[in-house]
Design a protein around this ligand. Structure first.
Ligand code: BGC
Length: 735
C-alpha cells in the first residue's frame, strides 16, 4: 500500500511539474502577437561571409532579435558572445523570450572525438553515451544549448559521404547508439547548465539516397522505411530526444520537409513526440526545386502545415507566414502549436529561469580542452579501431625494434584525423600517427617518416625514398586513406577505393618483403581487396580525433588490444553496392551448381569484411550454445546462453553478437537480423557464460497487413563473433 501511495505521489509531482511548464508556455503564448509568434519559428545562422566560420550573428540580426523576430541562432557560440546576444533577447525585446543557440556538435566542440561511425565501431553504447556527455559539457560551456546530433540515418551505401556521421547499416545497433547519444547530450536533467538538447536527424530516409549521391531521391516501401530507417528515430524519440531535424530528401514523391505523413502522422500521432522539428538548412525553400511548391510562400505553407516548426535559413516563415495567416491559408492554431513546442523546449532547458547559465566565460575557459575531456577522446579512439587482418600475429609490434618506417600521406597529417564536421577542432591539438609512435617508443628505436605520395596526386617521385626507408627498417607502417573532406556532407564518391596512387605506394612497399602494416584513415568502407589479400596487417582507424596518434600507437604496440567491430559491411567492389548483411533471401538464393540463381558472373556475392567483423590479439572460442526452451508462445521470452572463452594468451574484449532469422512469415524476412550483443572483457584463459533474452519485442515485424506483431513459426538463432562466423540453434513460436 505504501508503495502504491508513493507511486501516486511521484506521478503527481511529475504531472505537476509538467503542468507547470505547459501552463508557463500557455501564459507566454497568450502575451504574444502574430509577429512574435512567427519570430520563434525563425532560425538564422551566424556569419560565414568571411570564408571562415565566425561566431557572430550576421548584419541586421541583432535588430531582429530586439524586435522578437528570431527564435534561434545557429553557428554562433562562445560564452561571452552568446551572453551579449541573449541579453538583447531577454532585456531589450518586448516579451524577453530567450534565444536557443544551436550548433553541429557532431563528435565534439573543440576536443574532437572519433567520428560517429568510428564510435559505433566500439559497439559500446555506454562509452558512446559518456562521449556525448563530454561533448555536451564542453559545448554548453561555450554557450551552446542544442546540438544538431545524433545523426541516426541508416546507410547501406558507402558511396554516400554522410555515412561517416551515423552508426552504419543496422537498425538495432543504430538505435542503441542513437539512444546513448541522446542520453549523453541531455543527461538526466535537461535544465542543468551542462546538458544540451539533442536533435535527431535527418528525418527521414536521407541515407537511402539513390546511387549514394548526396541529396538524391529516396524511394522505398513503407515496410523497409519503418523497419530499417525509422527505427533509430523511434528509439531516440522514446528516449526523450528534445528535437528532430527534417531531411532534405523526398521519400516516395514527398519531400520530408513538407511531409505530413512523417512530421505529423508518424512523429506526433504515432510516437507522441512533443518536442519541436527544425528544418534542415533551407530545406523548406528546397520544396521549390523539388517541384512541390511554386514559390517560397507555398513552401512555407507546406512546411508549417506538415509540422516543421522552425525554419532554418530559408526565410520562408519569416517572409510569408504572417501573410498566409492573414489570408486564412494557415490557421493560428497551427502557428500556436509550433510556437508551443519551441517554447516547451526552451522551458525544459531552463532558459526562462536563467538565460545566461550557459554563458560563463570562466567555466568555458576551464572546460574547453580540459585534461579529462582529452583523456576521454583517447579512450573512445582506442575502442573505435577495428583490426581487419593480422597474419601470423605480426601485431602487436615489439617496442624494442631498431628502426621503424612510417610512410604515407596520412601518417603525419595534423588535420585529417579530425574528420568531417569537426566543429572547432584544431589541427594543432591533433597527435599524428607519426607523433603517437614517437611518443610511445624510447630513444633506442629510430622512427623515420616518408610521405611517399599525396592523397589525391599522381606523382610517384616520392616512392623511391619511401621504398628505401622501408628497406632500411624492421617494419613499415603505411598510413593511407581519404582526406577528411572526402567524407561528410556533399562528399559522395562513385569510386571508393584508395584515392590517387596510394595503393601503388602500398604495393611498392610490400615488394620490399619487409613486414607491412596498413593503417586506414577514412570515413566510409573502402574497396581494398588487394590490400586484404596481400598485406599482413590492416587496421581500420576511421578518423579518431585529437588523440588519434596515441590511440593508434597503443594498438600497434599492444598497450591496447583492439576490440572494435564493423558497424557496416565492406564491399569488394562498388558493383556490389548496396551490400548489407540483413538482406532478403530472394526466390533464387545463390547456388554454385545452378546458373539461374542470384549472383554476379564476375564477382562473388560475399563482402570483403562482413558486418560485425573485427579481430583481436587474442582468440575467442564459442561453445555450448543453448536455449532454455525450444518452443515459446507469442507473448513469451526465451533465454539463450553461450560460453565464450578467451583461448589466446592476452586479455581482451569481445563483442558477442546474437542474430535471428524468421524462416517463414506472411512477408519475407531478412536472412539475419542483429537482435542483441554483449561486449565482455575476458582475461587470457577465462571463460564467461553470456546470456541473452529474446523477448516478443525482438521477434516483431510488420506483417502483411502492416501490423507490428510476432508471427508463429520457426526461427533460427545465431550467436558469434561477427555476422558470418556464428553457431546456430532453432526454436519455434506457437499460437
Ligand atoms: C546539414 C545538417 C546540419 C545543418 C546545419 C545542413 O547542411 O545537412 O546536418 O545540421 O546543415 O549546419
Amino acid at each position: 500500500m505504501k508503495k502504491i501511495l508513493l507511486f501516486i505521489f511521484i506521478c503527481s509531482i511529475s504531472f505537476a511539474q509538467k503542468k507547470t511548464i505547459e501552463q508557463r508556455v500557455d501564459s507566454v503564448l497568450a502575451l504574444m502577437n502574430l509577429e512574435e509568434k512567427i519570430g520563434q519559428l525563425v532560425q538564422y545562422s551566424g556569419g560565414w561571409d568571411t570564408g571562415t566560420q565566425t561566431s557572430r550573428p550576421r548584419e541586421g540580426h541583432i535588430e531582429l532579435i530586439r524586435k522578437g523576430k528570431i527564435g534561434s541562432l545557429l553557428n554562433v557560440f562562445g560564452a561571452e558572445e552568446t551572453k551579449k546576444i541573449q541579453k538583447v533577447a531577454v532585456e531589450e525585446s518586448r516579451l524577453k523570450i530567450p534565444l536557443i543557440f544551436g550548433l553541429d556538435v557532431i563528435h565534439g566542440f573543440r576536443a574532437t572525438f572519433p567520428i560517429p561511425l568510428a564510435e559505433a565501431s566500439s559497439w559500446n553504447p555506454s562509452l558512446v553515451e559518456k562521449s556525448a556527455r563530454w561533448q555536451a559539457i564542453e559545448a554548453s560551456s561555450a554557450g551552446i544549448h542544442w546540438t544538431f546530433n545524433p545523426m541516426v540515418d541508416i546507410a547501406r551505401d558507402p558511396r554516400w559521404g554522410r555515412i561517416m556521421e551515423g552508426s552504419g547499416e543496422d537498425p538495432y545497433l543504430g538505435s542503441l547508439m542513437a539512444v546513448a547519444r541522446v542520453k549523453g547530450y541531455q543527461g538526466n536533467d535537461l535544465s542543468a547548465n551542462n546538458t544540451i538538447a539533442a536533435c535527431i536527424k535527418h528525418f527521414a530516409g536521407y541515407g537511402g539516397a539513390e546511387g549514394g549521391r548526396d541529396y538524391n531521391t529516396v524511394d522505398f516501401s513503407e515496410r523497409t522505411f519503418r523497419e530499417v530507417y525509422l527505427r533509430p528515430f523511434q528509439a531516440a524519440v522514446n528516449a526523450g530526444a528534445a528535437t528532430l531535424m527534417a531531411s532534405f530528401n523526398e521519400v516516395g514523391g514527398v519531400p520530408s520537409s513538407g511531409s505530413n505523413f512523417l512530421q505529423t502522422k508518424i512523429l506526433r500521432k504515432e510516437w507522441k513526440f512533443d518536442g519541436f522539428v527544425v528544418s534542415d538548412w533551407n530545406s523548406v525553400g528546397e520544396l521549390i526545386p523539388h517541384g512541390v511548391a511554386k514559390d517560397l510562400k507555398q513552401a512555407a505553407e507546406l512546411g508549417i502545415k506538415a509540422g516543421v516548426d522552425m525554419d532554418m535559413e530559408a526565410n520562408a516563415y519569416y517572409n510569408h507566414l504572417s501573410e498566409l495567416v492573414n489570408e486564412g491559408k494557415v490557421s493560428q492554431k497551427i502557428i500556436d502549436e509550433s510556437v508551443r513546442r519551441i517554447l516547451r523546449i526552451k522551458f525544459r532547458l531552463g532558459l526562462f529561469d536563467d538565460p545566461y547559465k550557459y554563458c560563463e566565460a570562466e567555466r568555458e575557459k576551464n572546460t574547453v580542452m580540459s585534461k579529462q575531456i582529452v583523456q576521454a577522446t583517447l579512450q573512445s579512439a582506442r575502442e573505435a579501431m577495428v583490426l581487419l587482418k593480422n597474419k601470423n600475429n605480426l601485431l602487436p609490434l615489439k617496442k624494442d625494434l631498431k628502426k621503424i618506417a612510417v610512410i604515407g600521406p596520412l601518417a603525419n597529417s595534423k588535420d585529417d584525423p579530425l574528420g568531417g564536421w569537426s566543429q572547432q577542432g584544431n589541427a594543432n591539438d591533433v597527435v599524428t600517427v607519426l607523433e603517437g609512435i614517437k611518443n610511445k617508443l624510447g630513444k633506442s628505436t629510430e622512427v623515420n617518416y616518408e610521405e611517399g605520395c599525396t592523397i589525391l596526386g599522381e606523382e610517384k617521385n616520392g616512392f623511391t625514398k619511401a621504398v628505401e626507408l622501408a628497406n632500411a627498417s624492421d617494419v613499415a607502417i603505411v598510413v593511407v586513406g581519404e582526406s577528411r573532406n572526402m567524407a561528410g556532407e556533399a562528399s559522395s564518391r562513385a569510386k571508393i577505393d584508395l584515392p590517387g596512387i596510394q595503393e601503388d605506394l602500398v604495393q611498392s612497399i610490400q615488394k620490399t618483403g619487409k613486414p607491412v602494416v596498413v593503417i586506414l584513415m577514412n570515413g566510409r568502407p573502402l574497396t581494398i581487396p588487394w590490400i586484404q589479400e596481400n598485406v599482413s596487417a590492416v587496421i581500420e582507424t576511421w578518423y579518431l580525433g585529437i588523440q588519434a596518434g596515441n590511440a593508434i600507437a597503443d594498438v600497434l604496440f599492444g598497450d591496447y588490444n583492439p576490440s572494435g567491430k564493423l558497424p557496416v559491411t565492406f564491399p569488394r567492389y562498388v558493383g556490389q553496392i548496396p551490400i548489407y548483411y540483413n538482406h532478403k533471401n530472394t526466390g533464387r538464393p545463390y547456388n554454385p551448381n545452378d546458373h539461374y540463381t542470384s549472383y554476379y558472373q564476375d564477382l562473388e556475392n560475399t563482402p570483403l569484411y562482413p558486418f560485425g567483423f573485427g579481430l583481436s590479439y587474442t582468440t575467442f572460442t564459442y561453445s555450448n550454445l543453448s536455449l532454455n526452451k525450444n518452443k515459446i508462445k507469442k507473448n513469451e521470452s526465451l533465454k539463450v546462453s553461450v560460453n565464450v572463452k578467451n583461448s589466446g594468451s592476452v586479455d581482451g574484449a569481445e563483442v558477442v553478437q546474437l542474430y535471428i532469422r524468421d524462416l517463414v512469415g506472411s512477408v519475407t524476412r531478412p536472412v539475419k537480423e542483429l537482435k542483441d550483443f554483449s561486449k565482455i572483457f575476458l582475461k587470457a584463459g577465462e571463460t564467461k557464460k553470456v546470456e541473452f533474452t529474446i523477448t516478443p519485442e525482438k521477434l516483431k515485424f510488420y506483417d502483411i497487413n502492416m501490423r507490428f506483431v510476432v508471427e508463429p513459426g520457426d526461427f533460427k538463432v545465431f550467436v558469434g563473433t561477427n555476422s558470418e562466423d556464428v553457431k546456430e540453434a532453432s526454436f519455434s513460436v506457437v499460437d
